[in-house]
Design a protein around this ligand. Structure first.
Ligand SMILES: NC(=O)c1ccc[n+]([C@@H]2O[C@H](COP(=O)([O-])OP(=O)(O)OC[C@H]3O[C@@H](n4cnc5c(N)ncnc54)[C@H](OP(=O)(O)O)[C@@H]3O)[C@@H](O)[C@H]2O)c1
Length: 242
């Protein structure tokens, strides 16, 4: 019994690598899934494969998020939409890129939480939210000033949301993946001078797969995690523990 019969689960970033894998695993577990992103073509292809519903909206626009989510019945949410932004230090950050990273990764996830949690409270069946953060929120990573800040702020949104929504039996948790070689990460972590020293410091010594990130997300949504709220779960091969 995974508990996925209580209502639809919205997955943002579903047109991307980790979000797409999460939709596939949830559909395989008989969840009713609403896949979101901006690229309707990619969402349609995922729907054809999995039977999920689709709902395109832009995380940077409150009107777009509100228009999509107002009145929509939801039991669960995966805030997976994200943007890698820049490879930059505090000395050379492009503050316009910083603003965009925050607008998508932090503000966008908060907007989804705002409108989705209203629906979840209205339905009165409890619920679960999983925010996809990053190892970059847990430790300082070189050249990750904007992205790390956006995910660290997301972690506080996770904790405060867990505090505020617990009384409605809505659990809120975060996962903190290491690098998955999707489009977002390959241009930087795929460089031998960057990737090799990093993997040498990680106990498991390899990159994660999309399915290895999706599986803990699905677990945190499920009834198996019914007493877990407010956690930050590293999925990082032990990197941040050492
Ligand atoms: N890949 C990694 O190594 C890694 C590691 C740690 C954490 N993460 C996190 O995991 C999540 C998914 O990453 P990924 O690697 O799967 O990325 P990805 O393949 O690049 O996908 C990014 C997703 O975010 C969506 N998105 C971006 N901007 C948006 C906007 N303004 N409005 C709506 N949707 C928007 C994209 O939708 P469209 O393409 O349709 O616009 C796409 O579905 C992100 O939050 C990322 O920060 C990734």
């Amino acid at each position: 019994m995974n508990g996925f019969d209580k209502g639809p689960i919205l997955v943002t970033g579903a047109s991307g690598g980790i979000g797409g894998a999460t939709v596939r695993q949830l559909c395989a577990a008989d969840a009713e899934v609403i896949a979101s992103g901006r690229d309707q073509g990619k969402l349609d292809a995922l729907a054809a494969d999995t039977g999920c519903r689709t709902l395109a909206f832009d995380l940077t626009s409150e009107d777009s998020v509100k228009g999509a989510l107002d009145g929509l019945d939801l039991w669960g949410v995966v805030n997976c939409g994200g943007f890698g932004g820049e490879i930059a230090t505090p000395m050379d950050t492009d503050i316009a890129v910083f603003d965009k990273v925050i607008a998508i990764n932090t503000r966008g996830a908060l907007l989804v939480t705002k409108y989705a949690s209203r629906s979840m409270i209205r339905l009165g069946k409890g619920g679960a939210i999983v925010n996809v953060s990053s190892q970059a929120a847990l430790v300082a990573l070189k050249s990750h000033i904007s992205y790390g800040a956006s995910k660290a702020a997301l972690d506080n949104i996770t904790r405060v949301s867990a505090l505020e929504l617990g009384r409605y039996n809505i659990r809120v948790n975060g996962v903190h993946p290491t690098v998955v070689m999707t489009e977002m990460s390959a241009f930087y972590w795929g460089r031998p001078d960057i990737g090799e020293p990093f993997l040498a410091q990680m106990p498991l010594g390899r990159w994660a797969t999309e399915d290895e990130i999706a599986a803990p997300i699905v677990f945190l949504l499920s009834d198996g995690a019914s007493m877990i709220s407010g956690v930050a779960l590293p999925i990082d091969g032990g990197f941040t523990a050492c």
